[in-house]
Design a protein around this ligand. Structure first.
Ligand code: TYD
Length: 141
């Protein structure tokens, strides 16, 4: 699957670094929600779900985390460890988050409000829906 990273412009000087995130400018969607994950326990795995209709942009503003992404064609691992980079997460992508550094703060911008009904938490159900989804998108015969 394609991994979409966004490299943000850094405004740096002797005083430090600054990154600005703006809706429909360097963030390619309407920002309805921002949440962040921090104080993760050692060896914890988070995520393990997909969303039917949700675009998100994840930024490790501090520390590092590994994110496994799978659109139904197989897993790809991405390490996020740079506050000037974001990872785009689209519809119908299974994700798992692990190997959080102790200091990791993972900020996520989302284009929809929190909706528990949008989660797919069963991997087999995800595969069934993802295969149908890719057929509709024309990605598979
Ligand atoms: P969850 O999405 O399961 O986190 P993860 O996939 O990283 O393990 O959310 C954890 C808890 O936080 C769950 O009780 C739902 C709640 N939550 C909200 O209330 N609002 C949100 O925007 C999110 C993402 C989660």
């Amino acid at each position: 699957m394609d991994i979409e990273r966004i490299h943000f412009q850094q405004h740096g000087d002797h005083g430090g670094q600054l990154v600005s995130l703006e809706e429909e400018r360097n963030v390619p969607f309407e920002i309805r929600r921002v949440y962040y994950i921090f104080a993760t326990q050692p060896k914890v795995h988070r995520g393990r779900h997909a969303h039917r209709h949700l675009r998100q942009l994840a930024v490790a503003v501090r520390g590092s985390v590994t994110i496994l992404l799978d659109d139904g064609t197989g897993p790809v691992e991405v390490v996020l460890n740079d506050p000037s980079q974001g990872l785009l997460l689209g519809d119908m992508v299974w994700r798992e988050l692990y190997d959080f550094s102790d200091d990791c703060v993972l900020m996520v911008l989302a284009d929809q409000f929190y909706d528990p009904a949008d989660y797919i938490t069963d991997y087999d159900e995800f595969l069934r829906e993802a295969n149908g989804y890719r057929r509709v998108e024309g990605a598979v015969a």
